[in-house]
Design a protein around this ligand. Structure first.
Ligand code: NAP
Length: 295
């Protein structure tokens, strides 16, 4: 039998993303020899063992990473700095540390200072997810056909980057390597702004008078429903994303606000051709996404 890609893997945080990765390891034993899990919740650890997702599961992250060849942090990004401080001294020389956080510049800034020179840090972000959380929400095909962006700091060992890229490819993903700041600006427009808009629309609807509110729910299939799905995403995760990608998100909100004001003006002055030209352009973008199989 061929040796596994990583003899010993520790996953910290067994929610949607962590447990999906654990299911990938479960489905393909050539990826990891032994998988150990750590989560701050006893209930999550018990569930992980019930599901057979790890050989061991406990609340002590530092113990879990001891001797691991690959450590995957799959916790909200606000927890990364403290966890790096906790596990940093216990990582073995040559170990690879990666994460799955949705913002990359702040994660690199917060974690790197806690890592010894012999540890390879390869931050990552799978562009895959759902609005569900917890170990029961995960599934092995989550990453199939989705991009995973890796943002290794300058000077990272290329072999370590390649091993993490290989892991993601074997979980079904396509891999792109990017500079962390570029990642954060791209995601501000493709993911963070759409979530902010969804949170705003659903928030506005819940502030409506009661009689309007019930009609909104009854006739939600007209577009509102799609926003409610996005706005049901994990509150802690999204709080951390906005606090940690502050500059890029503020810049994109500024541009969005200007464009919205232009549309408001077009509606006010009856400029149908302005509206139609924009809607024609945006329809083409949707077709491009379908052609790229990212719909
Ligand atoms: P999740 O389902 O909420 O799971 C996170 C798990 O980590 C929970 O069990 C949580 O416990 C645990 N945790 C929190 N702080 C911890 C700590 N200090 N030590 C140990 N465990 C801790 O979240 P997720 O959706 O998998 O997201 C995890 C990461 O993936 C986030 O950084 C997010 O930005 C990124 N990501 C998410 C998506 C998505 O669509 N969900 C997509 C791509 C990337 P509690 O429940 O007790 O807090």
């Amino acid at each position: 039998m061929t040796a596994p890609l990583f003899p010993r893997v520790a996953i910290i945080g067994l929610g949607l993303i962590g447990s999906s990765l654990a299911r990938c390891f479960q489905a393909d034993p050539t990826l990891a020899g032994t998988v150990v899990a750590a989560d701050r919740s006893d209930a999550v650890c018990a569930r992980v063992l019930d599901l057979g997702l790890a050989a061991e599961a406990g609340t002590d992250a530092a113990a879990a990473v001891t001797g691991a060849d690959l450590v995957i942090l799959a916790v909200p990004i606000g927890a990364c700095a403290a966890l790096a401080a906790e596990i940093g001294p216990r990582l073995k020389p040559g170990a690879i540390l990666t994460d799955v956080g949705s913002v990359k510049e702040s994660v690199v800034r917060d974690m790197l200072p806690h890592l010894a020179a012999g540890v390879h840090f390869v931050p990552g972000h799978p562009i895959a997810g759902t609005e569900h959380s917890g170990p029961d929400a995960g599934f092995a095909s989550l990453f199939q056909g989705r991009w995973c962006i890796l943002t290794p700091p300058a000077g990272t060992d290329p072999d370590a980057v390649e091993r993490v890229a290989t892991l993601w490819r074997r979980c079904g993903s396509m891999v792109e390597v990017m500079e962390p700041g570029h990642h954060d600006r791209v995601l501000a427009i493709t993911s963070h702004l759409p979530h902010l808009i969804a949170y705003t629309i659903v928030g506005t609807a819940t502030d409506l008078e009661e009689h309007l509110q019930s009609a909104v729910i009854r006739f939600s299939a007209s577009g509102f429903r799609d926003f409610t799905r996005i706005a049901a995403s994990d509150p802690v995760m999204w709080r951390d994303i906005f606090l940690n990608n502050r500059e890029a998100v503020l810049e994109i909100i500024q541009r969005f606000t200007e464009d919205l004001t232009a549309l408001q003006r077009a509606i006010r002055w009856g400029e149908g051709e302005t509206l139609e030209a924009l809607f024609t352009r945006t329809r083409a973008i949707r077709r491009g996404i379908i052609d790229a199989k990212q719909a």
